[in-house]
Design a protein around this ligand. Structure first.
Ligand code: ADE
Ligand code: ZN
Length: 342
């Protein structure tokens, strides 16, 4: 029988624990209410009559099921102001969860392929990132390539980003994983590295451990997004632990996309036990039913992680960030102060 007293104390602790979010697709934070509002503003008719109908469609059997709906939803994003409003809504929500630093993915090809200029996307997101400082939140932007498209298309997308390199921190790799291994993007990742960008890639969400090896050995990534399936390969786990690489893990996403059948079996406790630098993130919170603290609570309420684990996860989110050493030291000190006082 879970100790409900202890659980609510831990929930209260998590609610105010300073933390960073390192795996968040800004298009995946588009709540149905805002989707309807933007559709109306832009004269678009959605294939759903009301918010409840849209939410009812969020029932996925795998990653592709979700992606089909997610790309359709992003169609309401047309202007600089749309990207600004989308990002500010997420920043407000994240700040309420005591997120103090966020590194957010955006999918430029989803927009530029519909005729939305790259400038609208980056201007809206970076204006919101600047305004997020008033919420006590620092923000970095990660330009993500769609892996179901070609490497040539990724090169074209990177070329669009080049005039804005001062506003970008890194590149990522997302969308349909199986059938699109990391090595397909070897040259564009090498180019991104030459441009001074940090590198991360979704690997081992649905794809096999071999894709994680490729992301490490061929793309030379700085951070692994998801990485769940690394646990199938003890040598890979030992290597990731030894190299101190951070994994950005997303419990509610894993459950909604059937990467994990039962949240009681979520691999985060195992990852921590094996010395992996796991972090907790929300991925696409508008579609998966929760923001970052909901993801923590999904594990605390099942008795899967302790107060000490929550602190480790929060520290990992800072040490694994691409923020400056100065910002990281400030946030780590904030966590230690919070731990001493709570
Ligand atoms: N794009 C948005 N969310 C994603 C996920 N969980 N995996 C791959 N691509 C994504
Ligand atoms: Zn993701």
């Amino acid at each position: 029988m879970p100790d409900t007293h202890a659980i609510s104390a831990l929930d209260a602790f998590v609610a105010r624990l300073p933390k960073a979010e390192l795996h968040l697709h800004i298009e995946g934070s588009l709540e149905p209410e805002l989707m309807f509002e933007l559709a109306q503003r832009n004269g678009i008719t959605l294939p759903y009559a009301k918010v409840e109908d849209l939410r009812a469609a969020y029932d996925f059997s795998n990653l592709q099921d979700f992606l089909d709906i997610y790309y359709q939803g992003a169609d309401v994003l047309r202007t600089e102001a749309d990207f600004y409003d989308l990002a500010m809504a997420y920043f407000r929500r994240a700040a309420a969860d005591h997120v103090r630093h966020a590194e957010i993915f955006f999918d430029p090809q989803t927009h530029t392929d519909r005729g939305v200029p790259y400038a609208y996307v980056i201007d809206g997101l970076s204006r919101a990132a600047t305004d997020a400082k008033t919420l006590g939140l620092s923000v970095l932007l990660i330009h993500s390539f769609l892996r179901h498209l070609s490497e040539e298309a990724a090169f074209e997308s990177l070329a669009m980003a080049e005039p804005y390199l001062d506003r970008l921190t890194g590149v990522g790799l997302d969308s349909s994983e199986v059938g699109h291994p990391p090595a397909k993007f070897a040259r564009v990742f090498a180019r991104a590295r030459e441009l001074g960008l940090k590198l991360c890639a979704h690997a081992g969400e649905e794809g096999p451990p071999e894709y994680i090896y490729e992301a490490l050995d061929v793309l030379h990534i700085d951070r692994i997004d998801h990485g769940n399936r690394s646990l199938e390969d003890p040598a890979l786990v030992a290597r990731i632990a030894a190299e101190g690489l951070t994994l950005t893990v997303c419990p509610l996403s894993n459950h909604k996309l059937c990467v994990v059948t039962d949240l009681n079996d979520h691999p985060i406790p195992d990852m921590l036990r094996q010395g992996l630098h796991a972090t907790i993130n929300s991925d696409d919170p508008a579609y998966f039913g929760g923001y970052v603290n909901d993801n923590f609570r999904a594990l605390t309420r099942r008795g899967l992680i302790s107060r000490g684990d929550c602190l480790t996860l929060a520290r990992n989110s800072i040490t694994g960030a691409f923020a400056s050493n100065e910002r990281k030291a400030e946030l780590l000190a904030e966590i230690e102060r919070f731990a001493a006082e709570n």
